[in-house]
Structure formats: C-alpha cells, structure tokens
Design a protein around this ligand. Structure first.
Ligand SMILES: Nc1ncnc2c1ncn2[C@@H]1O[C@H](COP(=O)(O)OP(=O)(O)O)[C@@H](O)[C@H]1O
Ligand SMILES: [Mg+2]
Length: 409
C-alpha cells in the first residue's frame, strides 16, 4: 500500500509519514503544558493537528479551528462552541445542562443526538441569544471554559493560525489584540496546566513572538511551550521520492531521489509532493525510466507553471500586507538580492549594505541598524530566510529561491 499525493490539503493520519515521533512528543508535552506549534506554511502543521484530533490520546476530547481570517475573539469562541456542537454534541449538551442562556434554542433531540442544523446555524442561534456577543465575548468564553473545567473531561482546544488573527485585529484595534492575549494568558495560568483539564495547542505559520513583539507583548506567551515542527531531513526527502515512485510502479534512475532533494533545498513538504507527483505522472505517461533530465524539467515547470504559482506568490504578497513601510520594500530588496546569490547565500554585512543603499544615509546610523535588524528578525521569524552557516544567510527553501529569482531577482 502506498500513500496518495496531497498537494495542499491535509494529509490524513494513515498517509502522514515522518511525524510519528513528533506527534508522540507533542502528546507528552501536552500532558503538563500548553503548546505553541510553529513552522512555515505548507510544511504539515495542520496535518499534525488533524492527527491529534482524529487519533486522540488519553481520552482527550479534541476540537480544532483555523482562525486565520478571524478579526475578533468573539469569532473564535463562537466557532469553538459550533465545533463542539458539530463534533461532540453530547458533551456540549451535558455542558449546557439546563441553564446556559447563550445556547438556548440549539436543537438537542430526545435521543441525545443533535438535530441537523444548517451550516452557520449555530452561530446564528448564539448571536440571537446575545446580540451583544462581540462586547460580551469574555463572559461567554469564561462561561464555556468554566463549564468544561467543571466537567473534568480532558479537552484539547486547537487554535490554528492564531498569529494571523492577531495581525488582523492589530490592523484596526491594536489594543484589542493586546487585551485578548492578556486574557488568554490568564486563562492558561489560572488554574495552572497541571490542575487544568483544558489544554491549548496554538499553531502559527508566522512567528507569534514576532507578532507580539510589535504589540509590545512578548511576555504574553511565555507560558506557552514552543515546539517547532521538524524540517524533513535529506534522508526523509529521498525516502519519500523513492517510496512514492516505486510504490506506484514507476522506474527511476538511482540518482533521482537525491537530485530532487538538492533541487528543493530546505524542503517545503508541499513542494516535495508536487515535484514527486509530476515525476510520477511523467513516468506513467512515458512508461520509461525517469532520468535526471526529467527532474530538471519538472522543477522548471514547477517554477513557471500555475500549480505552484499562487502558493509561491502568497509568500511575496504577504510582505506587503503585514510589513509596514519601509520594511516591506527593504524586505523585498533583501530577498531579491538573496535570490540571485550562489548556494552559500550572502553575509549579514552584504545585506546591510544593500539596505543602506536603499535608505540612504539621512537617518542616524543607529536607526538604520535598528531597522535592518528588525527586518532580518522578521524575515527569519516568518521563515523566509535562515542563517545557513555562521554569518551567511539564504532562502529557507531552494524552490522559493529559484522562483523568486525568476520573477523578482
Ligand atoms: N509528513 C508529510 N510528508 C509529505 N508531505 C507533507 C507532510 N505533511 C505535509 N505535507 C505536504 O504539505 C501540504 C500542507 O500540509 P498542511 O498540514 O496543511 O501544512 P501547514 O498547516 O503547515 O500549512 C500537504 O498538502 C502536503 O503536500
Ligand atoms: Mg495549516
């Protein structure tokens, strides 16, 4: 049995390779702590979270929500309630008992199973029960958490892409974002995790610390234990290519797996899947052995083809969206230069010079330093670049680097 290809969607537990050990560690951590799971976009965070949800351990009841497009904590808690209603209706009904006004009117049938309620229907009921939900979100959230605590049932609440929600909030109401994080921190402290049956697992594709740094609130997450999703090793990348191809009866030259590994650079798993799928298709169509030339072709078409285009473009556009000027232009400048660099990247000093050419020398040198350091910090936190060896920086992903060079270099 081989796995299917997944090019963007969640990888279901039975096909999720290379993550067993990490998932075990995560469960162990969650025994005693709340956890922050970080890694770049398209590397497999949500698939890991989904694994926790589908294969819960030690009797935990798990709810998962992605909050990427939310602009207010009210949305988050309405969604959590909705997810309980849809995925664990009996549990929510028990929590509700007879006297939880805000759930009044949710349809519990006589058998204890929930009646069909149309999509979005739960939120409509919640808002009808309290037209001021937004203003009263804390009351409702605390009510929910307190009821869960009283139930003594171990519950894991997964909140995916929380930094994005904070950034959305920050645009209009920076104070609200800070307030929310302060409240959320208090929830994780009282009671302390060891005495709490609720666990939080927060996920982020951009760095929460960096986001909060801007809000002046880094201490607001210091009781979340950070777990980085491990980057796939070169051996794992080669294993993936070899197993997927041979498992599907495709013949390939023995150099092919390591060629793919080299081309990817630091691998983003999504691009590993896309490249391997293309090789598979080529092999299936031609019925011939896959060669090095084919690998070259596949990577070229990945960079220019529409398949990866929107995914890669996202990395470019999000800088304009989230980096205030002049940081956005300078970040682009740095990445443009890096995309043209050789395989050992550029030194910090070289990047600084590039920045200074852009800013000019009007401002004080310490202000320029501050700005430069901030941009480097952001680009690393957001997983665009990494220090590949001492004092040398480069793109994290080889494929993204090649793409960037083609379109912006
Ligand atoms: N363990 C894995 N092995 C191979 N590919 C993976 C793995 N995990 C994720 N992927 C690839 O990454 C894509 C995105 O996965 P997802 O879990 O949504 O990542 P994230 O939440 O970090 O953006 C998947 O569609 C798949 O192509
Ligand atoms: Mg995700």
């Amino acid at each position: 049995m081989t796995a299917d290809f997944y090019t963007g969607s969640i990888v279901p537990p039975e096909d999720l390779w290379f993550r067993d050990e990490f998932i075990e560690q995560l469960w162990e951590k969650l025994h005693t702590e709340h956890v922050l799971l970080t890694a770049p976009r398209r590397t497999g965070k949500t698939s890991v979270m989904n694994h926790l949800r589908e294969r819960p351990q030690s009797g935990r009841l798990v709810v998962f929500q992605n909050v990427q497009d939310f602009k207010h904590p009210a949305d988050l808690f309405q969604t959590i309630i909705e997810n309980f209603y849809e995925q664990h209706p009996d549990f929510l009904r028990d929590l509700a008992g007879k006297s939880w006004e805000v759930l009044k009117g949710l349809a519990w049938s006589a058998t204890g199973k929930v009646k069909e309620i149309e999509t979005g229907g739960v939120k409509i009921v919640l808002r009808e029960n309290d037209p001021d939900w937004k203003a009263n979100w804390k009351t409702h959230a605390e009510e929910l958490l307190n009821r869960i605590r009283k139930s003594k049932k171990p519950v894991l609440i997964i909140v995916d892409e929380l930094p994005d929600m904070l950034l959305n909030m920050k645009i209009d109401q920076p104070q609200d974002a800070r307030d929310f994080m302060a409240w959320f921190r208090k929830q994780r402290e009282t009671p302390p995790p060891q005495q709490d049956n609720i666990r939080w697992l927060v996920g982020g594709s951009i760095n929460l610390a960096g986001t909060l740094d801007d809000l002046g609130g880094i201490d607001l997450i210091n009781n979340l234990s950070t777990e980085k999703l491990p980057i796939l090793t070169p051996e794992q990348v080669r294993e993936f290519v070899a197993k997927m191809l041979s498992g599907k009866g495709i013949k390939f030259h023995p150099d092919v797996p390591s060629l793919v590994e080299q081309k990817l650079g630091r691998p983003i798993p999504l691009f590993l899947q896309m490249a391997t799928q293309e090789l598979y298709r080529a092999g299936k169509q031609s019925k011939e052995e896959i060669t090095a030339t084919r690998v070259e072709k596949v990577f070229l078409s990945l960079i220019t083809g529409i398949g990866a285009q929107d995914k890669l473009q996202h990395y470019h556009s999000r800088i304009q969206k989230y980096y205030p000027e002049p940081r956005a232009s300078l970040a682009h400048k740095i990445l443009n230069s890096l995309s043209k660099s050789k395989t050992n990247g550029l030194t910090r000093n070289a990047l600084k010079t590039i920045c200074e050419q852009e800013i000019g020398t009007q401002s004080h040198s310490f202000q320029r330093d501050l700005l430069f350091n901030k941009i480097m910090h952001d680009l690393m936190n957001d997983f665009y670049i990494g220090e590949i060896k001492k004092d040398r920086f480069d793109f994290e992903s080889g494929l993204m680097k090649a793409w960037w060079k083609k379109y912006y270099g």
